[in-house]
Design a protein around this ligand. Sequence first.
Ligand code: FES
Ligand code: FE2
Length: 425
Amino acid sequence: VSAPIAAEDLLRRRKRGYTLETPFYTSREIFDLDLDIIFGRHWIYIAVDPDLPEPGDCMTVEVGSASVLLIRGEDMQVRAFHNVCRHRGARLIDEYKTSVGNIVCRYHQWTYAEDGRLLFAEHMGADFDPKCFGLKPVHVRNVAGLIFICLSDDPPTDIEAMAAAIEPYLLPHEIRNSKVVHTSDIIEEGNWKLTMENNRECYHCSANHPELTIPLYAYGFGYSPENLDEESRAQAEGYTRLLKDSHARWESCGLPSAEIDRLNTTATGFRTERLPLSGDGESHTMDTRVASRKLLGSLTDRKLGGLSYWTQPNSWHHFLSDHIVTFSVLPLEPERTLLRTKWLVHKDAVEGVDYDLDNLTKVWLLTNKQDGDLVAMAQAGVRQPGYQPGPYSPYTEELVEKFCDWYVGRMSTHLFPAASRVAAE
Ligand code: FES
Ligand SMILES: [Fe+2]
């Protein structure tokens, strides 16, 4: 019987191009390190601006053992605080979403303003200085309407570089002028990294996602150029031409579309690209037509393909001409993960008139279910003694490798800085 191998050794010996070893998916110790280092010291995507449309709107999101409270002030700014009373530490807000005047602790009625100041605390004596007992702030960065938080006192500063790069892509879809019309929470029976790895490839799509793949190109997610027969080669080349022509067309209309990939070269890793939908495809729906007749922002062209935006460590987003689907991954346990999905349409779109909710949500509700099953299946295998890390496809799983490389790099940077591999901050 041998002693468990330390996280540090596992990180050091991780073989590039291969899946991670079992403890990364099962060990409580590594899970706790993930929460501390990855979820505690990086920018985590947790909400959209329209989750909090009005002043006083308030929501809570659990990131590891931290409960974060988001509140929109009268000045329309969204602020984030630890959801903990400064008196005796009671949790302040229980609900996922609510609306408040001030934030009042139910225990002894300490009362905080929307900016976190302690406004009222009875019977605390003449020496008590309320200025010392404001709510503890959490760093928050609203990127074109996507809300990221960082629990560290010293967040990665490269969020500004990400925002500068991505905002021109996102702004035409006007997240702030849209509304959340559906939220789905599902629990996947797997480690959060398997949820992310599964998201970073479409190698599994043709066999597992009959609905999602309706408007997708078979060659849009990478392929091995060797051994293609003539017909396949012609299709692949056709796709490359279509991508180039589509980018040229969209960019001439002021819609940035070209790929940016900083998935594993920076602390706040991300990637984006606008991809064409096949044939007459307009949107991710069963009939590939727009789900909402009222397009986002002031867009007028239904055929804008799908703008995808992936962030490390925990999100992905698809921006169509008519709607937005946005995904936030939150670890619960070493082998349990929350996937929170939101659908947004233009804020003036009327249900039953401009869009049908079932039609809007159908493809991704089914796809999420299929992905959840795949994650559970992967978890059931990687926890077994017969599992040994296997090779990623260099053509279709490049982004999975970049996720693992980013993860190993960030963990290493924080655990043994001298050996850091990711040039960060
Ligand atoms: S714990 Fe909040 S007022 Fe006492
Ligand atoms: Fe999938």
